[in-house]
Design a protein around this ligand. Sequence first.
Ligand SMILES: [Zn+2]
Ligand SMILES: [Zn+2]
Length: 361
Amino acid sequence: MAKDRFDQGRNIMKALVFNGPRDIRYEDFKDPARTIDNAVIMQVNKCSICGSDLHIYHGDQIGKTNYDAEQHKFCVGHEFIGEVVEIGPDVHDLKVGDKVLAAGGTGCGECTYCLTGSPGKCRRSTAFGLSNDMNGGQAEFVQIPNADQTLMRIPDGINDEQAVLLTDALATAAFGINNTGLKPGQSLAVVGLGPIGLLGIELAFLRGASQVFAIDPVAARRAQAEKLGAIAYAPSKEAIGAIIEATKGGVHCVFEASGASSAVGSTVPLVRMGGALSFIGLPQPDVALPLNHILYKGLTVKAGIAPVPDLWEPLIPLLQSGRLKGAGLFSHEMNLADGAEAYRIFDARDENVIKIMMNVT
Ligand SMILES: [Zn+2]
Ligand SMILES: [Zn+2]
């Protein structure tokens, strides 16, 4: 067992390490020592690659970090599940051996938001593995600061795939669909059919959407959207025209789940007067919204990063009862050692990839 290996005091683990844009390598990295009293060391069992990991893969700027500039190496990955192997003295709700899932990021652990269980709202919140501020969990081991708020014991009736989705994608999809304010009987369009967009379709129907339209250039993703009951189109002016026609003036709500500028640009034409737009994709740098059309159409626009742990409580019973499935998204299962190839496939959208699960142990 890797737990024993950790106890033996070896100080080198294997991890996917950022060496620069398009250069993520499976290589040796220093085992994380527990340096924070409210932290745990987690042994990672499974992890996944997210669309936001591709931003650093491309060397895009995120926040203050310019990934094209010289970087110290860091472990990537913010979607991972595993087991607690060491706990700090200020951790109260967890014990060694707990099987846990982690929120994709965490806060300072000291402010009101952190202390009341919403570290996503912390002004000092940081994602795992998106910069050298905090190492990520596409690794054998990872330190989890603020562990009581950042980790959740995996509840009964939640499978590994669902647990990995709860670390980010499913919480982000729920946050984005909630932000549309969709009411039963209304129509919704999802733009961008990555895992978050596809989960958005399922969640929109659970909220009572009468019709869900789905737009993406990749045929396999459109096919998955249609399996979920959506009416899917490749992006084009004609597709927007057909959706406006079918809804007699545009959908009530648009959920934009890619951040690509062409996708963002399609949202305002798709929505009806007085409708709502919700954005959760990390935007490409050149993205712009036409404020004049937003104003004249009287649109509500919401955007943000999901406060992941806040979404767990409403989502877990839906998963446990089987009303929400989150199934069919993991098109690939690979080993962490093949992480560089996993990134290449995910980035190139080869092999009809939707989402890749990586086994660590
Ligand atoms: Zn993610
Ligand atoms: Zn805080």
